[in-house]
Write a protein that binds this ligand. Structure first.
Ligand code: SF4
Length: 347
């Protein structure tokens, strides 16, 4: 499938994206129209997990209080955190303050210029470093934020989850391949804009997308599968044995402790492990699904010889009782216990 994208040169891809920027891209955001790396860095950190409209007033407030990286570095941490309040992901604010101090102390007050140095600043990853280098210093550096990942994953029908190392590598390789050496800042801005405004998570506007003619996910109608979602963790599971004692038409049930699953209901005596399976017959296993885990139940019909019962250490106590199998008393029973009792009664 990927081969059909071959007919589209990286330069054509980039040109279409830049054309989109010229016509529709966002050009008047408060951190645009400047080459001040400090302001660009500040905006990029704020935009990492937050949408543009939310970021704007925070950005303006920060620039008002801390017009330079020196001002931010010298600020009281309480004030930095206070001004960040409401923007969320507060580790960004802590890292921001640390990074400002680092620029003053380790880079002599000059904002670093290479992506390698930029990545040394707390909170600055590869994509943020690429954005700062492109926007502030016109370097041909690629970016790969969440929006760009989505656009590229769809264009190239990459169905894996971007949190997976291999998938991320492939996305970076596509990002690098398409990033032009000229007008990189416009291209990067346009890719962010496309992801935010056209190739949206749900209901992308393919009819106005400049990449639609070659977008593989669009062509193959698999947009909702690109990129792939985070794989769900396997549901936890537990297993237990139910010991079924039947004597003289009566069945032994045990009242469960008041708290925990099926609290206070009557169930079969349970064991987590059985060492001597010869004393019993295995019945059909039961899978019971709780909201947070699966319970695998192996019911065992226990041989009713008393000495064998003793070997399984079932003691009659206040917590258990014998009930007529054919005329079950009006007692609280978990659904799978009730179902199994009905089966036993009908045999
Ligand atoms: S054609 Fe649709 S799915 Fe493909 S990049 Fe454009 S908006 Fe996204």
């Amino acid at each position: 499938m990927k081969n059909s994208m071959k007919g589209w040169q990286a330069s054509t891809f980039a040109q279409k994206v830049i054309d989109y920027y010229e016509q529709h891209g966002r050009k008047h955001l408060p951190w645009q129209g400047t080459r001040d790396a400090y302001k660009i860095w500040l905006s990029e950190i704020m935009l990492q997990q937050t949408q543009v409209a939310t970021v704007i007033p925070y950005f303006e407030k920060f620039i008002q209080y801390f017009p330079t990286v020196e001002a931010l570095a010298e600020a009281d941490n309480e004030l930095v955190m206070h001004l960040w309040s409401g923007l969320g992901y507060y580790s960004r604010a802590r890292n921001l303050h640390k990074a400002a101090k680092m620029v003053i102390q380790q880079f002599d007050g000059q904002f670093p210029q290479t992506t390698q140095q930029l990545e040394q600043l707390p909170g600055v990853g590869r994509s943020t470093a690429g954005a700062i280098a492109a926007f502030a210093y016109q370097q041909p550096t690629a970016i790969l934020d969440g929006n760009v990942k989505r656009v590229l994953a769809r264009c190239y029908a990459i169905q894996g989850w971007p949190g997976n190392g291999q998938v991320l590598k492939e996305l970076w390789s596509r990002a690098e391949q398409n990033t032009p050496s000229k007008s990189t800042d416009k291209y990067n801005q346009a890719m962010m804009d496309l992801g935010a405004m056209v190739c949206t998570r749900t209901k992308p506007k393919c009819d106005i997308c400049p990449l639609a003619t070659k977008c593989l996910a669009h062509q193959h109608n698999i947009i909702d599968q690109c990129p792939g979602k985070k794989p769900k963790k396997a549901r936890p599971s537990q297993s237990t044995y139910w010991l079924i004692y039947i004597r003289d038409g009566k069945v032994l049930l045990e009242k469960r402790p008041p708290s925990g699953i099926w609290g206070g209901l009557w169930s079969f005596p349970e064991k987590e492990q059985i060492t001597d399976l010869e004393v019993s017959h295995e019945l059909e296993p039961i899978l019971h699904k709780f909201s947070h885990y699966d319970l695998h139940i192996q019911p065992l019909l226990v041989d009713n010889s008393p000495h064998i019962n003793n070997s399984l250490q079932i003691n009659e106590s206040n917590n258990n009782d014998w009930f007529e199998l054919q005329r079950l008393a009006d007692i609280g029973l978990p659904a799978p216990v009730s179902k199994l009792l009905q089966q036993l009664a009908s045999q």
